[in-house]
Design a protein around this ligand. Sequence first.
Ligand SMILES: Cc1cc2nc3c(=O)[nH]c(=O)nc-3n(C[C@H](O)[C@H](O)[C@H](O)COP(=O)(O)O)c2cc1C
Ligand SMILES: O=C(O)C(=O)c1ccccc1
Length: 389
Amino acid sequence: MSGPGFGNYQNEIYLHGLEGRIPPFTTDPTALEASARERMEPGPFWYVAGSAGSGATDRANRAAFDQRRLVPRMLTDATERSLRTTVLGTELPAPVLLAPVGVQSILHPDGELATARAAAELGVPIVLSTASSYTLEQVAEASGAGPRWFQLYWPNDDAVCVSILERARAAGYTTLVVTLDTWTLAWRPHDLDQSYLPFIRGVGTAIPLSDPAFRAGLARSPEDDPGSAVLHWVSMFTGTDRGWDRLSFLRAHWDGPILLKGVLHPEDARRAVDAGMDGVIVSNHGGRQVDGAIAALDALPAIAEEVGAEAEVLFDSGVRGGADVLKALALGAGAVLLGRPYAYGLAHDGADGVRHVLRGLLADLELTLGLSGHRSPADLSPAALTRQP
Ligand SMILES: Cc1cc2nc3c(=O)[nH]c(=O)nc-3n(C[C@H](O)[C@H](O)[C@H](O)COP(=O)(O)O)c2cc1C
Ligand SMILES: O=C(O)C(=O)c1ccccc1
């Protein structure tokens, strides 16, 4: 796409104004959370909005973006521009993916199906969480010809793990994302104070409960005894940390690219590459795991420097607007993943809400790319930024 492609959303909104129409909800990424809060029950709202401990890392993620500023260049002829990018050898319409977000049916009854439909329409990849409210196959059908990746919460039963990976491959998920930072849940006061944890209530268990290997290990079927099945799954996918030597198991059972999510130290990125992984996702889980952890954006440059030339380096945690995407790309990310903003879009209006948030972000990204003097994501380097004290 050349010229204003995604940026057309801006024209569309202004033209609708001539007919007295305004957007379904805010286009301001900083107002999205408050707007979602008005429509959501406190349990689900705080499950999404909340973070670990004191919230220091969540705030640090945003502060790290605020400390970097773009330095726009003029008269660069950025009229014709494109967000197209290649990630792991595949061309994407923009350097943006939807981060794995579990239990989406607490946000909207259509949950992951709605997210998959909206993303597929725009050609943006989804990363389906192991904690999905719908099965791998149901989400694949909703995603259709759209690109899809699968995020693994690594079950401690190898047969169940292999069965889930085989189903994911068969259903057209091309890339495996292995999340390392959430082998047990952090201390999350907002959820604790309400005693609210969706998956022990049976939300987000569609993948294991539909899995033949998982079902084979149950004394009674999930239909007869849902409570025991859910508890069996909880003990299988949380509570067990693993070592670097175990990655060879995943490598042996997945014949596509594998990325490790939750990497914040350059030495861990190096170990990932040494273990045969195709890349890393620099992330602190949106501040939801280690309270006091380094801002993900501050961790990015050293990791890009360590492995960027030989492996894929993706980024998430704190991305809200187009400028944030540009800053992460300038610091070495090949693409970014968006978390909470699209979850709030889903909570507002199902697939339409996800589409509105995503089109808004991509329009803002394309406009800000051009106005800061760049024609493509590949033009960005640390030289595009300055750092505020
Ligand atoms: C409600 C919620 C559920 C999440 N579930 C998962 C998950 O199942 N698997 C995973 O790897 N990350 C999960 N994440 C983390 C996101 O993938 C991502 O790292 C994070 O949201 C990025 O930060 P941001 O929300 O500031 O954009 C979840 C995040 C939220 C907000
Ligand atoms: O809440 C989360 O951050 C998360 O990663 C998760 C973990 C298990 C089930 C659902 C979401």
